[in-house]
Design a protein around this ligand. Structure first.
Ligand code: NAD
Length: 342
């Protein structure tokens, strides 16, 4: 019998792509999402791609009573916890919103994992835990500095919470995956990022500008100490990130882990500047992008890219998509969304 995995935040960007990979690998999935930053349409996209319908609940993960109801109905064998708010700038302006949602949701998940004896957990962490690193590429042994934003701090706290909890519940096997910058869309162009809230990340803003939803793209800061003055990030295709979740889950299920809590970076290892990302988009789309360089944004780190060799070695994970494929699929998705609206 196939294992049922609970995906929190399953109609979101990375959650929906991960459900596709879970289905492709024979898992059953139950999703819970309150649609605070996504739409249930994602479940239709998943069905179009995989032919399978997700069992889904529209509910808040922080509401432990509702979540308990879900755990009582399904025999959950593992949890992938994506549900969180993720906009760095908004977290600076409204820190309590972030502390409440990102911490309370994890408390619910941990509490119910204990109550229902669910012993496999994958947590969405972020490269933002590394802040403004002094030495690149950054690997998992890098000491974590004071967080640059409340959002990043919720990820640092989340990791510590899981580590503390694992110490007193040694049956729980958990992994935190520190994603660098997930971008792009499913290779079919049938599923991609469609946030309810204003797009914040670079690639959705690039494609929204190219299609005419945003008149002009603003680059936050052009005088950073980088090769062209713009911030450097490690962009990684969302399906490669999704793939890593399935591998991490199998790693725990197969008992290949030697410790009951571990952390893995997920990045390609290639630092790409904002201007280089824009130029990659212009190359694959044949579109000239209207952009300007504006002031830097509070909470942004200057440059960060990953050493992900640990995930390669222990999980057997490799990236399949390069920056051109990331941009091609993101653009395909944006045009599909525009087509559907006609
Ligand atoms: N996208 C990135 O650049 C990135 C980078 C690093 C880490 N992450 C982390 O990965 C996870 C998923 O990110 P994403 O890009 O898919 O974001 P997303 O906003 O598309 O997905 C998150 C989903 O969680 C849901 N959600 C939020 N709070 C909830 C709650 N209390 N109860 C139920 N549902 C709730 C939202 O409606 C949304 O569908 C988040 O934890 C995020 O912090 C994302």
């Amino acid at each position: 019998m196939s294992a049922t995995i609970l995906v929190t935040g399953g109609s979101g960007y990375i959650g929906s792509h991960t459900i596709i990979e879970l289905f492709n690998n024979g898992f059953d999935v139950v999703s819970i999402d309150n649609q605070s930053n996504s739409s249930v349409d994602a479940y239709d996209h998943i069905e179009q791609i995989t032919g399978k319908r997700v069992v889904s609940y529209s509910a808040d993960v922080c509401d432990i009573a509702q979540l308990r109801g879900l755990f009582s109905k399904h025999r959950i064998e593992g949890i992938i916890h994506f549900a969180a708010f993720k906009a760095v700038g908004e977290s600076v302006e409204d820190p309590l919103k972030y502390y409440h949602n990102n911490i309370a949701s994890l408390v619910s998940v941990l509490q119910l994992s204990e109550e229902f004896n669910v012993n496999k957990l994958i947590f969405s962490s972020s490269c933002s835990v590394y802040g403004n690193v002094t030495s690149l590429p950054v690997d998992e042994n890098t000491a974590l500095p004071k967080a640059e934003s409340p959002y990043a701090y919720t990820k640092q706290i989340g990791e510590v919470m899981i580590e503390n909890f694992c110490k007193v519940h040694p049956a729980l096997q958990a992994v935190s995956l520190r994603y660098f910058n997930p971008v792009g869309a499913h290779k079919s162009g049938l599923n991609g990022e469609s946030p309810i809230n204003k797009p914040n990340n670079l690639v959705p803003v690039i494609t929204a500008t190219a299609i005419g939803k945003i008149p002009q793209l603003t680059i936050y800061g052009g005088e950073y100490p980088t090769r062209d003055g713009t911030c450097v990030r490690d962009y990684i295709h969302v399906s490669d990130v999704a793939d890593a979740h399935v591998l991490a889950l199998k790693y725990l299920i197969d008992g290949k882990n030697s410790v009951n809590y571990d952390v893995f970076n997920l990045g390609t290892g290639n630092g790409v500047s904002v201007l280089e990302a824009i130029h990659a988009f212009e190359k694959v789309s044949g579109q000239k992008l209207n952009y300007r360089i504006g002031p830097p944004r509070e909470g942004d780190v200057v440059a960060v890219y990953s050493d992900s060799s640990k995930a390669g070695k222990l999980l057997g994970w490799t990236c399949k998509f390069d920056i051109d494929e990331m941009m091609r699929t993101a653009w395909l998705w944006e045009r599909n969304v525009a087509e559907r609206k006609k």
